[in-house]
Design a binder for this molecule. Sequence first.
Ligand SMILES: C[S@@+](CC[C@H](N)C(=O)[O-])C[C@H]1O[C@@H](n2cnc3c(N)ncnc32)[C@H](O)[C@@H]1O
Length: 322
Amino acid sequence: MAGNKNLHRASREKNDEFYTQLVDIENELKHYIQHFKDKTIFCNCDDPEESNFFRYFALNFEHLGIKKLIATHFDAEKPTYKLEIDRELDLNADGKIDFADIQRIPLEQNGDFRSPECVEILKSADFVVTNPPFSLFREYVAQLMEYDKKFLIIGNQNAITYKEIFQLIKENKIWLGNGFNAGNAYFKVPKDKAKQYVKGVYDENTGLVKFRNCVWFTNLDHAKRHQEIDLWATYNPENYPHYDNYDAINVNKVKDIPKDWTGKMGVPITFLDKYNPDQFEIIGLDRYVEDNPNYGRRFSLNNKEVYARILIKHKQGGENVK
Ligand SMILES: C[S@@+](CC[C@H](N)C(=O)[O-])C[C@H]1O[C@@H](n2cnc3c(N)ncnc32)[C@H](O)[C@@H]1O
């Protein structure tokens, strides 16, 4: 899939310069508006002059009841700055807090999210909301966990299969957000980076690239996470073969999960988009399931390795057909 290939390439070449559109931020953030009242929000991978994350929260500062908004600018080579909006600082004294009340404050360091200065801001924040560099995703999430922050961030769907990230998903410390429209995410790229993308992915007219496998990762609760997947299929051995090397059945599509199989099932990673922790239990990720006799290798069917599978079980119910 061309979009995926380009995302891999973006990660490989450490080309982390693609910018989230306001409409995508609005579409996701509308599911969490109750969370931000009286809170401090930090956008720590956002050139505040350009970032639509900063723009979104500045536009909605009063509506969401935010206490403070901070965004830091990163430049590997030199000290940078942050922009702040503070509920207590109505700079133009017009009785409302908005773009007119932005303070531009120099940083002593370069705005790296790992720099001591940014870590201090992180400690003071309640929420982190951004699209961080995909090439540093593991490190980025580890830092959020270390400082026990609430977050909503964009990442590559493949990050689900990173061992450390999957462990957090399994422990219900991270889950997916609501997602992009039909799974298609469009990002703005600087003109000089456009040539890195194959034809059909970069649109010259809009200046946007299309990525097929971007998702939102969060630890904020939302309604979709509590909706049950509607199941209709019943188990039969032809459609749901057992793996050669592990005691579980293979399910190729999430919509085909058999409602009556009470054993383990391997499902595609897109399952997480519909995962309701009250309906299913996540046992592990194929290669890293503890009792995988070929630990580190995926499951196979007829001696052919099956692409990444999450091992799940129904939480309750279903007649045991084993
Ligand atoms: C995928 S882009 C997204 C930018 C912005 N958050 C948005 O969504 O429009 C990731 C951004 O992180 C910045 N970045 C790269 N390494 C960083 C670091 N170590 N600390 C902070 N920001 C970094 C890049 O300059 C880039 O602008």
